[in-house]
Design a binder for this molecule. Structure first.
Ligand SMILES: Cc1cc2nc3c(=O)[nH]c(=O)nc-3n(C[C@H](O)[C@H](O)[C@H](O)COP(=O)(O)O)c2cc1C
Length: 225
């Protein structure tokens, strides 16, 4: 199996880059061949909304590295994104790539049925709620089912290594990428089992998930203080 890890931080020795190195370290044990790409090495221009890709089925006219990156991602069997949290969510450069999602469709077909994973890095446990859902929307819209998705915590470069459980958790992701459990039934969880969002909107007596437009039923009453 070939796995590509995309690092979406400019810090070459930061926590996301270190996490990618942990993936490289454990991959041979699972007979996975890995490569790591840094988003910062790719020029990514903003979608200008011309709609030629949708209305005229045309290749994007923006002259940048979009196709080079998406071709590389899609030539692998497995795909993992590792990204820092910036203001509760993904960094702007990664959002710029995601905003080109109207061009993802042919790649969705190529990647359909493949598995992916996401690792978000943040410094604070309560300031990260949009990170994993955005990372996973990217995986899902590129055709990858989410086999595993979790946060690691650390602020300064290298801090992610201070918790000795983190290495084990990264290794566990590789196992899960090769052995994903199927979702056959409803689940009781504080997170959406598909996009991992813990952000719900309360409407019509249940929780509405803005990311996937699906609903959850309330099991306990909520109290607002
Ligand atoms: C512009 C900026 C915004 C940030 N916003 C958040 C945030 O909303 N929540 C949080 O927990 N940490 C936030 N952080 C901290 C980073 O997520 C944290 O330092 C992380 O380890 C960076 O990963 P890296 O070393 O891979 O770049 C922010 C950092 C920067 C530079």
């Amino acid at each position: 199996m070939k796995l590509l890890t995309l690092v979406a931080s400019k810090r070459r020795k930061g926590n996301s880059a270190i996490t990618a190195k942990l993936i490289e370290k454990f991959a041979p044990k699972y007979e996975i061949t890995t490569s790591t790409e840094y988003l910062d090495d790719y020029e990514m221009l903003e979608c200008d909304g011309c709609m030629s890709c949708v209305l005229k089925n045309k290749r994007c006219h923006l002259d940048d590295d979009f196709y080079s990156l998406i071709d590389k991602i899609s030539s692998n069997d497995l795909f993992v994104i590792v990204a820092p949290t910036y203001v509760l969510s993904i960094p702007g450069a990664l959002k710029t790539f995601l905003d080109r999602f109207l061009l993802f469709l042919p790649y969705y077909r190529t990647n359909y049925g493949k598995l992916g994973g996401s690792i978000g890095i943040s410094s604070l446990k309560d300031w990260q709620h949009f990170e994993l859902p955005f990372l996973n929307i990217m995986l899902l819209s590129l055709g990858f089912n989410v086999a595993d998705s979790f946060m690691l915590y650390g602020a300064g470069p290298g801090e992610v290594l201070l918790n000795n459980k983190n290495e084990k958790r990264v290794e566990e992701m590789l196992f899960n990428l090769l052995n994903k459990r199927e979702l056959n039934d409803s689940v009781i969880s504080d997170k959406c089992p598909v996009c991992y969002s813990s952000v719900f909107e309360y409407s019509d007596g249940g929780g509405y998930l803005p990311f996937l437009q699906n609903k959850s039923k309330e099991k306990e009453r909520w109290f607002f203080i």
